[in-house]
Design a protein. Sequence first.
Length: 287
Amino acid sequence: MNTLGASTYLWASPFGDGRIDLFAHARELGCDVLEICIEDPALVTSAAMEEAASEAGVAISVCGAFGPERDVSHEDESVRRGALAYLRGLVDLAAAVGSSHVAGPMYSATGKTRLLPSGERERQRRLAVESLAEIADYAGERSVALAIEPLNRFETDLVNTVEQGLELCERIGRPNAGLLLDTFHMNIEERSLPEAIRLAGERVLHFHACENDRGAPGTGHVEWDGVLAALAGIGYTGQIVIESFTPEIREIARAVSLWRPVAESSDELVRTGLAFLRSSRAAVEVS
């Protein structure tokens, strides 16, 4: 059975030791897992995370934040090296706190959108493959997987669809390289969310659930019965995390183009979304 949870982006940015209260808060709202989003690694210590999560009785998922200086497919080798160092740190954190994966769009910088000739695009893909193969080897030695997230066309020019994500994983060629699927991005890029999930199959290592407007699951037009049935059909028993954002955290809101609230509050979004996912999942299991 899937464990359900929420992302720290709903309450804090950047997240760090100063907000370890979010573990207990997430549990109070009904979360089984809290996804910690690591924008500034210097603010996060594994011991504080592990202790707070243990006391609250929630699992930890580790997710990266990939700005311009964390681009493993950048033409400048020094930028790639910096991105790889950041990813190694995330892998170490994941291993220390018991997260089975590091998740996120780790193949490029979020917001990097360029029309490139085919030769230049292939060079970008090759650099991403070489970099992520190196990180996958490092992660594999620590029993950590890479959950690579396709983003919509407005946020990246490199990996938008499940098909492209699978191609990237095949080129990386490591068994611990898989996909994080996100219903917000899939709703834009995929012709059928259930079919895309079935296509991804055993490569699905992590899952983000939110509505077409990034609101609480069940409040928009995402085809949840089909999505949850497809996840059950591929045997996915991993985490399902509600990832959304608040306009109050201005830098992140600007990055994801969130100009208005999508719920009464972050707490209400999580409560509503978790209740919907649990009831919908139960209906799928009964059927």
